[in-house]
Write a protein that binds this ligand. Structure first.
Ligand code: HEC
Length: 140
């Protein structure tokens, strides 16, 4: 009697409103890349990630300087080639000795942080010809 199959609130096939995701699940669709998203990502990155990864993303933040294992730089080839979803997954699930930030960083903010890290990676590898000519002068 008590083990009759019937859908309960936690049975997994509940219909969720659009945009609501279960714990540990990446939100779909990916939010569009906008200046507002990047600003939000920068702000969240500074709060949650720079203590270890540093402002530059080179993996030499304050906590690391005090003895926490050092993360890889975001500017290595493998992480430069990694898609934004990889960063969302690392924030959601953790990675090696890095713990999960799923309880602290909301799903939409994980995409914002991922977008900011992709911009940060690009900023360290911009080629002179990618800079508009009028601004190139100013750098000389
Ligand atoms: C307490 C320190 C600490 C904080 C805070 C931290 N990380 Fe990490 N992170 C690490 C360490 C250490 C590693 C390397 C883990 C390993 O390889 O075992 C790592 C690895 C990574 C990697 C590399 C994964 C790979 O494929 O090699 C990414 C991406 C990353 N972290 C993103 C983030 C983001 C985004 C945040 C902020 C939401 C963050 N981390 C916050 C310590 C931290």
């Amino acid at each position: 009697m008590s083990d009759q199959p019937k859908p309960g609130p936690y049975s997994g096939d509940v219909v969720r409103p659009a945009g609501v995701v279960a714990f540990g699940e990446a939100p779909d669709p990916v939010p569009p890349l906008t200046p507002a998203l990047l600003r939000r990502g920068q702000e969240r990155f500074h709060i949650y990630c720079t203590p270890c990864h540093s402002e530059l993303g080179d993996g030499n933040g304050m906590i690391v300087q005090r003895g926490f294992p050092s993360p890889p730089s975001y500017h290595i080839d493998r992480l430069r080639a990694a898609p934004p979803r990889h960063f969302v997954d690392v924030i959601t699930n953790g990675y090696g000795v890095m713990y999960s930030f799923a309880y602290r960083v909301a799903p939409a903010d994980r995409w914002a942080i991922a977008a900011y890290i992709k911009a940060l990676q690009r900023s360290q590898h911009a080629r002179p010809e990618e800079i508009p000519p009028d601004q190139r002068q100013a750098l000389r």
